[in-house]
Design a binder for this molecule. Sequence first.
Ligand code: SF4
Length: 956
Amino acid sequence: MVPFLHDVAADLIARLGEGLKQTAIIFNNKRPEAFLKKHLGALQGNASFSPAFFTISSFFAVSTNLVVADQLKQFFILHQEFNKLLIAEGKPTLSPDQFFPMANIILSDFAEVDYDLVNAEALFTQLEDIAEIQQQFSHFTEEQQQFLERFWSSFSADKQRTHQQKFLELWKRMPTLYRNFHQALQGQGLITSAQTYRCLAEGKADFPDFISPYQKLIFIGFNALNKCEEKLFKQWQEQGRALFYFDTDDYYLQDELQEAGFFLRRNIFKSGLVNSFSGRSFLGDKRSMVEVIKTQGHAAQAKILTERIDFEALADFADDPEKTAIILSDESLLVPVMQTLPPEAGMVNITMGYPLTQSPLFGLTELWLKIQEQINKQQKHTVYYRDALAFLSHPLSGVKAAEREALQNKLLTNQWVEVPLTELHLISALAPNFFTSRHNGLQTIDALYLMLTAVLEQRQRQNQLNELEANLILEACKKLNLLYDNLDQYAPSLGLSLVFALIRKTLASLAVPLEGEPLRGIQVMGMLESRCLDFEHVIILGMNEGTMPKRNVNPSFIPDSLRRANGLPVLENQDAIAAYLFYRLLQRSEKVTLVYDGLGGETEAAEPSRFIRQLAYESKLKFNYLQQEQPVKIEPSNVIIITKKEKVWKAMEGFFYNGNPFKTNNISATALTTYLTCTLQFFFRYVAQIKEPEEVAENLEANQIGSALHQALEWFYANLIKTDTIITAERISEKLTEVPEYARAALSMVLFNNRTQLKQPNSMQQIVLQIVGEYMKAILEHDRSLSPFQIVELENKKDYKYHFPIQINGQKKYLQLYGILDRVDEKDGQTRIVDYKTGSDELKYSSLEKLFERDGKAQNKAVVQTLFYTYIYEQVKRTNNVEPNLYAVRKMKEEGTRFKSGKTILQSVDLEDAKVAFTGYLQNTLDGMFDQAIPFLQTTRLETCQYCPYKDICER
Ligand code: SF4
């Protein structure tokens, strides 16, 4: 493959020889410079003719003595001028953040007006009447006049709605705004880039002779020219000063219907710019194979790189940058590509900006802004606990592990949903800055600047600072500096919330170049950066319809009809530019791989770009359509088998009764049902004793509502039985008004282990108190209907331990079964075990056999647990005829409190039969639990894992 720039270099040397050093070589962008220098160097041997290199905008900027204003400065000046007009109209002004999105559109419209030498006054003149159009724009063609008519007819007086009215107001303001904006810039020694073009093209440049140091101006690889460029290029050609190297292919240049050649035909055939190369034909003669790969998903496109590039073979050509290029038609694929390229890819040269939004730094900045908003905007002296935790665990926060753990523990102990600022005095580098309140906008920008430099210094100290991170921090600091200066000059007293919004807007678009060694390794770039460059193997990702070409145009206040009438860029021009970039990349390459996302996205269709279909239809290229294979494979999940040997068995021996009930591990009702659900979960929790992570109870979970209810009912009845264990309806009724107090004290106990600490419940806690109160009333209502009854005992935590015999290797051992009974009462001579439940527990169950099935679908923990308590109670008390009752608070009104299997209600004889069967299943289960031949295994029911605290260990 002979690259375009190689041909250009050879032609320049042949044409100009030594004279090359008196030339200016001008490209559209910076990238091709290094490549052309490489080819010139290779062809010239030792001789060195060094021309001057420019991008077109830097070249034109030499013609003015004004400084090109940065975007932020332009924004503030435009804002100031816009507000002056509003004030003159007697209208309220706009704050900078309100104006920000509108300003970007106006600035881009003004730039287009200048680039294309449109008369701003005429364009922005308000035309009420179509007749006026003909008069004002008599020089327009009939087609242009029709565009104008179509536009203005939608604004006729009787149809005007509010937004149209607003638009017309804005429209009316535009000519003055345009004028005042440029004057204001000039007054400060500033100019826009587009105005430098315009001044030069209109002969008003400060230094019209700025080209005099060069004998020749060489323009390489241009395609779509704006009116300024067109005019100046023609002028310089007529003066014999300019040479043009358009990168063309007769395939699209000579075919009137080919959109890829639209601008080149205009440049060469209409404007008469002479191409130094002519009669070039590439695509028309090509018969090679083009691979088109459909992938399953957006990021999956990057995955094909590892299959399609032979990285090892490429390593031998590391010095040849024209071997392989990965072109991203969709630039959001940059991060997936960076993550996919393997280490053996070696040198990769990325000519694209890496966005701040994709870096951990952005997360930290966002967190800082969020916290500052809380303590400034909302005037709080606390920080939401999740934000405080997010800071503590952020990789860039630099908080030391010991300090982090201490604060995390304090936060849990105190159950702080809002963490007092006074507790956040951490001694890490960033912390003091992080939680300190700032009182005005400038201080806030300054503090963020300091925070970012603190990150930089800290990462440097830790030897962890990489180039990308450093560049991002420095660029962010630069932007903040600019914002500070502009705010200081134009809006020093801007409110904090507006400053926060401006900081966000300023940083949102920040990206830093990732340029490596420009002439080494695989080249990664966007479509625009590929101009003038050629590669043997071109891989284009993002070849979806809707992305290539892009479906949407940049936002503009200038309607399509007016754009057409005034020769401003329209959607078709954008398509023509995209078509050229695509066809050009293919014309010299030897191997082409085109990749698209077969699932599509919000802005792209799930189909290949029409350019692919077009090429397949019209060219002689062969197309091989492939689908990325993503074999459905069972994830190699972490299979865990724990055998009951050595240390595990040693831990299990802790469950055997050793004569001291306080030093023997209990088998509780929950331990039993956990074992039935997943034996491995039982192992993690009860044998290995891996604790579940504690959390601040912000959204009080069901079990905390349950705990509060248990506590409140215990205290309620404990108070009643102080005088009499017989509970009557009247005694309950008398105390009903105290329910809210019990609920509050109980919730306080659950949260803080102190019954009076909950003084000002937050909104979530108030809801919980309401629920606990309602549940209490439902139970007391039921008890009233049951009364009179006698309370036997409440929440007895110490007496119900029963030593259950099992056989281990022929030896008898005893397991300590343990239960805390919510309540034991007696009604008409019937002893009842009452278990309160606040969840969705069911009274119905299929059969006892199914309840004990390992990993079984038909488990019912409430039945097993309540029968377990009943069993222990009867064994400990050496009694029988005890009845289990479940107070499933949500259902008890309709369904009662007794268990049911089919039509059988668990009472009297049926209950006694069930107890016998239960004892058998219990024995089997406990034997299995301590059978050394049966390992602990993961459950086969994946839905169980969803809420399991150990799912990370299991990778489920
Ligand atoms: S994640 Fe699933 S398999 Fe693992 S312990 Fe939990 S419930 Fe058992």
